[in-house]
Ligand binder design. Structure first.
Ligand code: ADP
Length: 368
């Protein structure tokens, strides 16, 4: 299943605003007010006849410094209190969503710039979340449309057969049996589709636990071949198990789910392979892993479809939707991919048009 994520556009950090006129810092404001107060006092002292020149200068200096300290500290305290309040609120909000923020920034110089950066960071993350939610919503919408389309085909087919029977076709015994069989086949297909939908939703939600055990892949291979032999024969396809029956390939995994993967891959090779063709199933031990290979000599898969065939409901031949002609639920490879990934592996596809198809994945070997 491919997730075409639309890349989210990060908000660029805001460049520092170019200085417009005089930048008013608390220090500058304090100096300005102090100079003003000192000037007024100086004018007053200048016209006062009681003080000498040195005393006037001293009074002026004292007035300036006490005024500066008073204004500067009260201003700073006010700003810090306000900023701390804003920051505390921001912290509370961030702690809920983003744990990585630290309080050390509070004691850094330029707290206003710091807060500005933090707000931009928050906005950027929220923006990314919104984009992700939008993407998921679009995917959900697409999935819903696909599901309803897939459900429609077998329901309409069964409905059509049953209505034709009710409209009189029931009287002819041969037609009745034929139509009932067709309706039953459509409903069987519907059942498979619903089962596959339940499986994929559980796999995607991550609620399906793999029941891991040790088992022999060669034995499982024989079981799968036996199950699919009839279907292969119907298209005159021969399935070969390349390993000798006495060989043992002990692996760790969920036997039932791995069986489902093998059935899906071989079933596809039968459905999409060439009539009178061949399918080869083989196992090969590596150092830590065992390689599982399913190969066919069918028409192959064009390169541009290699990744897409693992998407839900993706079919190369769009006209081959699920119907009695043998199309699957369109979920087989998506389910197989999830199962193999839950075994910490991936399915690799090697195929060229006219050269057949090979699908491979690995399972963890049991050490002897
Ligand atoms: P479906 O239920 O349609 O078989 P899958 O998910 O199993 O869905 O497969 C997706 C598509 O991949 C198929 O519709 C088919 O077009 C293509 N495909 C899968 N396996 C093979 C194969 N061995 N050879 C050619 N095409 C294949």
């Amino acid at each position: 299943m491919a997730t075409n994520s639309t890349p989210t556009k990060p908000i660029p950090p805001t460049p520092a605003a170019p200085p417009r006129g005089i930048k008013l810092s608390s220090q500058r404001i304090a100096i300005l007010i102090s100079v003003l107060v000192a000037l007024i006092i100086a004018i007053y002292l200048g016209i006062s006849p009681y003080l000498e020149f040195r005393q006037r200068v001293l009074a002026l200096a004292l007035t300036f410094s006490s005024c500066f300290l008073l204004v500067y500290f009260s201003y700073e305290a006010l700003i810090f209190r306000e900023i701390n309040n804003i920051y505390a609120g921001l912290e509370k909000f961030k702690r809920k969503e983003f744990k990585q923020m630290s309080t050390k920034f509070l004691f850094r110089p330029d707290p206003l710039q710091r807060i500005k950066d933090e707000i931009y960071l928050l906005a950027e993350r929220n923006q990314k979340e919104i984009e992700e939610l939008k993407r998921l919503q679009a995917m959900r919408r697409e999935f819903l449309a696909d599901v309803s389309h897939e459900l429609k085909t077998p329901i309409f087919a069964a409905q059509g057969f049953i209505h034709t029977l009710l409209d009189g076709a029931m009287d002819d015994e041969r037609v009745r049996d034929k139509f009932l069989m067709k309706a039953a086949k459509s409903l069987d297909g519907l059942d498979t589709l619903v089962q596959d939908l339940i499986t994929i939703s559980q796999l995607e939600k991550g609620v399906m636990q793999m029941k891991k055990s040790k088992f022999d892949l060669n034995e499982l291979g024989r079981e799968v071949l036996e199950q699919l032999e009839g279907k292969a024969q119907a298209r005159n396809i021969t399935i070969h198990l390349l390993n000798a029956s006495e060989e043992v390939f002990r692996v760790i995994g969920d036997r039932g789910r791995i069986k489902q993967v093998l059935v899906n891959l071989i079933d596809n090779a039968i459905k999409y392979g060439s009539e009178n063709g061949n399918i080869w199933l083989s196992f090969q031990d590596g150092k830590k892993k065992t390689l599982v290979t399913v190969q066919d000599d069918g028409p192959g898969i064009p390169k541009e479809h290699h990744n897409r065939i693992f998407e839900r409901f993706y079919r190369i031949d769009k006209s081959r939707t699920r119907d009695v002609s043998g199309g699957g639920s369109g979920l087989g490879l998506a389910i197989s991919k999830h199962i193999v990934e839950a075994h910490k592996s991936t399915i690799a596809v090697f195929s060229e048009v006219g050269q057949g198809t090979t699908l491979r994945f690995k399972l963890t070997r049991v050490k002897d």
